[in-house]
Design a protein around this ligand. Structure first.
Ligand code: ADP
Ligand code: MG
Ligand code: ZN
Length: 491
């Protein structure tokens, strides 16, 4: 049944632009402060107070727009979006409507369907259109005591009122829930790279709504869409879209019609539920904001931001594959954040060994960081310290196996590799004469096995290696042990 239909999805993202103060007044944007402490006549919507645009918002919005290949309009207009809600004291939100800050953008990103265990099946590149990125102020926050309809008390916190937002609207270009999932992850990563948004879903500074419809395969017209809200994790977004596709197909197959409405994701029951139908939709009565002049952005202003743009995650991922010979997965993981990618390149620069840098980071360091809830930026092992350890392995001072213990000790103590190796009882033994002496002892002490080996039971070789390593307290270089044993047993 599902095969008959094609899902169509469009995404709306609200990203809080990272600034010290709000978009139209000097109040702090700090999260978690005493409720209503960060307010003034402007963001409280008191009569007569006038908005003044924060220039830093424009720098951040410009970088976001450039990263998404959006055309920045040299002139855009702020508009009033009118509606009533207790957390919107002015009775309108200052937003942009028919002349937005930027439009006609796109991203080209890797995307893949997933199998039943959530594993990517096959990555391919796909381009998604971005309709627009416009500026607006956030509303305040309502907190309800008790659940939904039975709430007994409601509180309003206006600290968030007037926080700068970029609303990023996509074209209806997604054809599966996983495409939508890959896109929002990508968008968040990109905004973090260009340092314009914290991308923290729990604190609400990166929020996503999904518009979903289905149509018969081959049909030209889009079906009627529903809008999904309350998607406060990437997984919820994916699951909600998936549920909604199935629900719509079921309705259509039963001969019903889809009505345009807003639905909420209910994680506990793993389904979407009706919030309001389009008949209750607001007529926002947009009109130009009389208290703000048209917004003029010069080419020089845009150029200044272009010059401070870092290499973007997708370009960096491709370069990591080409320049360092990394796999797609490793390169994708290492470019997941700018901090991780910078760290990796610092290790490569200091050690000259990209493969080892990737392996040690992804197999050992990232796990330790996850365990202690740290980000790469506050790793107790610096890139230079990890490089020094990799060099000790490369020049056979320690074995790769010892390296694991050494790294964990470095992580816990913050000490350098050299110090840790000394404390752990010294470096690997690579001295051939010293190893030969150990091998001689092992050979002398196991005459019966030597005879069996020479008689053709070559599988015993591993036994001799094991015995020699044991005799060395695990410190003998296994490669040299192998070499010396071969010489001695096969002669
Ligand atoms: P609204 O102002 O009601 O939010 P928009 O025209 O701005 O409507 O569209 C919002 C989002 O819905 C966009 O991301 C757009 O791509 C998407 N969209 C529009 N039509 C459809 C459809 N039929 N199916 C799925 N998504 C759609
Ligand atoms: Mg909308
Ligand atoms: Zn204020």
């Amino acid at each position: 049944m599902r095969e008959k239909y094609e899902p169509v999805i469009g995404l709306e993202i609200h990203a809080q632009l990272k600034t010290e103060s709000k978009i139209f007044c000097g109040c702090s944007t700090r999260f978690g402060d005493t409720p209503n402490g960060n307010t003034c006549p402007v963001c409280l919507g008191l009569p007569g107070a006038l908005p003044v645009l924060n220039r830093e918002v424009l720098r951040k919005a410009t970088r976001a727009a450039l990263a998404l290949h959006l055309h920045i309009n040299h002139e855009s207009i702020f508009s009033r979006k009118n509606y009533f809600y207790p957390d919107l004291p002015k009775g309108y939100q200052i937003s942009q409507y028919d002349r937005p800050f930027s439009e006609h953008g796109w991203v080209e990103i890797p995307t893949s369907e997933r199998n039943a265990t959530g594993q990517a099946i096959e990555w391919r590149m796909k381009r998604f259109g971005i309709t627009r990125l416009h500026l607006e102020e956030d509303a305040g926050k309502s907190l309800h005591e008790g659940m939904a309809e039975s709430a007994t008390k409601s509180y309003v916190d206006l600290n968030r009122s007037g926080t700068p937002l970029a609303e990023i609207v996509s074209e209806p270009d997604f054809r599966s829930s996983w495409e939508a999932y890959d896109y929002v992850q990508f968008l968040r990563r990109t905004l973090l790279y260009v340092e314009v948004c914290d991308g923290n879903l729990e604190e609400g500074n990166f929020r996503c709504d999904a518009n979903v419809s289905v149509r018969l395969k081959g049909a030209e017209k889009f079906g009627t869409r529903t809008e999904l809200k309350n998607l406060n994790s990437f997984r919820f977004l994916q699951k909600a879209i998936e549920y909604e596709i199935d629900r719509q197909i079921e309705v259509l197959e039963a001969g019903g019609r889809i009505t345009q409405e807003t639905r909420l994701w209910n994680e506990r029951e793993a389904k979407t539920v009706l919030m309001r139908s389009k008949e209750d939709a607001h007529d926002y009565r947009y009109f130009p904001e009389p208290d703000l002049p048209p917004l003029l952005i010069s080419e020089a202003f845009i150029q200044a931001q272009r010059e401070v743009m870092p290499e973007l995650p997708e370009a960096r991922r491709r370069r990591f594959v080409a320049e360092y010979g990394l796999s797609f997965d490793d390169a994708a993981q290492l470019t997941d954040s700018k901090g991780l990618a910078d760290y990796f390149e610092a290790v490569v620069k200091a050690s000259g060994n990209a493969k080892a840098a990737a392996n040690w980071m992804l197999n050992e360091l990232v796990r330790e960081l996850n365990h202690s809830g740290k980000s790469i930026n506050d790793s107790p092992v610096t890139a230079e310290a990890l490089a020094a350890m990799i060099e000790m392995i490369d020049n056979q001072t320690i074995s790769g196996k010892m390296g694991k213990d050494v790294l964990i000790e470095m992580y816990q103590s913050g000490k350098a590799a050299k110090e840790v190796v000394e404390a752990l009882g010294g470096a690997q033994i690579s001295d051939v004469e010293q190893i030969r002496a150990m091998v001689e002892q092992v050979v002398a002490g196991n005459a019966k096995q030597v005879e069996a080996y020479r008689g053709g039971k070559t599988t015993l070789f591993g036994f001799f290696v094991g015995q020699t390593l044991k005799a060395s307290g695990g410190k003998a270089n296994p490669q040299i042990v192998n070499q010396v044993l071969k010489e001695m047993l096969d002669s």
